[in-house]
Design a protein around this ligand. Structure first.
Ligand code: FMN
Ligand code: 7N5
Length: 398
């Protein structure tokens, strides 16, 4: 069937039900009958069905009573966009240039640990999907594939793929320096320093499952052969309240790669970050996994954007689950957003194809929404368009 509705071909042909780790239904017809929110929710359910419950809960869970975990998504539901009219364009430019890489769409992949818990190919599968989508993978220090292999996987798809390396500054500068050299040698194009973890958040779900170690055969591969460890042995990833701006300064001075600071919520820290020479700031509460009394990420965003005042780009992550969330964050001043858990759900459900699916539906929905809002490019989403939503609920998340 085909109907010439507004120039769109409407057809009943499309991908059938996807198997648990197989097809994902990415055809154009599929786009007309679903939403990014519904796709992400379905992938999450498929992930839940295939994962060991302890591993599912490690990915899904948050800190404490999980107030912030739910709050990140709920805060987006309280915001609405005022479209502008009569100023659009037949095709829209969704690209964004950031220190460390160009993104074809304003959605990058936030660093999440231990992808081989989700799928045997782990971060390599994620890297290929992200490279194919021409966006950025922030690969974590807590990766179950070594960073050199992650970058190689991305570059096997796109020789220009941008992979950034996330690390926790280690109390021992020598260990940090070694991790930085590894990322540089691998070909990473930026570093992301996570600053919101002076201590690890307390995760009730992990405690209930007794999940404290990776299963045999999996390891944080970037932590092998570091100073202070026996040859071939792993070092723990240290989280230390003793880590300070001085550590960041030394790290900054040791590399020519752009440096992002992740986990900033207070506007004064954003200003300090700029003064300490960072190239970008990530507003993030670690997906509700560190401190359970902080605001939702999107609530913290405007004050950080104002404090930074355009000196460096600001990226937001936490609770982004549909194109509308991306558009709202961009209108509030984010240059791009990061997604964490949805990528893990895609990876667990269907490997590389599942991650590709997540990025594709988000990109497609942002494009559609930009058209609906009278935008030609991302700069056409502006803060005056964001208003509070006083009524109405999301059919998917209530
Ligand atoms: C399972 C899991 C592991 C994570 N591991 C890291 C990590 O190693 N380093 C880091 O900076 N952030 C880590 N994060 C936080 C993410 O980078 C990101 O801030 C968060 O997932 C965004 O929220 P979202 O999951 O709602 O998209 C992790 C998040 C999850 C869910
Ligand atoms: C030492 C790995 C930490 C991973 C992490 O940041 C998280 O699970 O939130």
């Amino acid at each position: 069937m085909s109907a010439g509705l507004a120039g769109h071909r409407v057809t009943t042909a499309g991908a059938g039900p996807a198997d648990r780790r197989g097809t994902t239904g990415t055809g154009p017809a599929d786009r007309h009958r679903t939403t990014a929110g519904a796709v992400l929710a379905e992938l999450r359910e498929r992930a839940r069905a295939v994962l060991d419950p302890a591993h599912y809960d490690y990915f899904a869970g948050g800190v404490g009573d999980e107030v912030v975990l739910g709050g990140n998504e709920a805060a987006f539901r309280r915001l609405a966009l005022l479209p502008r009219v009569l100023r659009g364009a037949p095709t829209r430019d969704l690209s964004v240039d950031l220190p460390g890489g160009r993104l074809a769409a304003p959605v990058l992949v936030a660093p999440t640990a231990f992808h081989r818990l989700a799928h045997p190919e782990g971060e390599s599968a994620t890297a290929r999907a992200v490279a194919a989508a021409r966006t950025v993978l922030v690969s974590g220090v807590a990766s179950t594939v070594a960073i050199a292999d992650v970058v190689a996987a991305a570059r096997s798809v796109d020789p220009d793929a941008a992979v950034w390396f996330q690390l926790y500054p280690q109390p021992d500068d020598e260990v940090t320096a070694c991790l930085v050299r590894r990322a540089e040698r691998a070909g990473c194009t930026a570093l992301v320093v996570t600053a919101d973890s002076p201590v690890l958040g307390r995760h009730r779900r992990d405690a209930e499952h007794g999940f404290h170690d990776l299963p045999a055969g999996l390891a944080a591969e970037n932590m092998r052969d570091l100073p202070g460890a026996a040859p071939g042995a792993l070092r723990d990833i240290a989280m230390s309240p003793a880590v300070s701006w001085a550590h960041l300064d030394r790290l900054r001075a040791s590399t020519s790669l752009p440096l992002w600071l992740k986990g900033v919520l207070h506007p004064r820290d954003a200003v300090l970050a700029v003064e300490h020479g960072v190239s970008g700031v990530v507003v993030s509460n670690h997906g509700g996994r560190q401190c359970d009394v902080v605001p939702a990420a999107v609530e913290a965003l405007p004050a950080v954007v104002d404090a930074v005042a355009g000196r460096v780009p600001v990226v937001l992550d936490g609770g982004v689950r549909c194109g509308g969330d991306v558009a709202v964050a961009l209108a509030l001043g984010a240059a791009a957003v990061g997604v964490g858990r949805p990528v893990l759900w895609g990876l667990a459900a269907a490997g590389e194809a599942g991650v590709a699916r997540v990025l594709d539906v988000l990109r497609d929905e942002v494009d559609h929404l930009l058209a609906l809002c009278g935008g030609r490019d991302l700069a056409d989403l502006t803060r005056d368009q964001v208003v509070a939503r006083s009524a109405g609920v999301c059919a998917r998340c209530g």
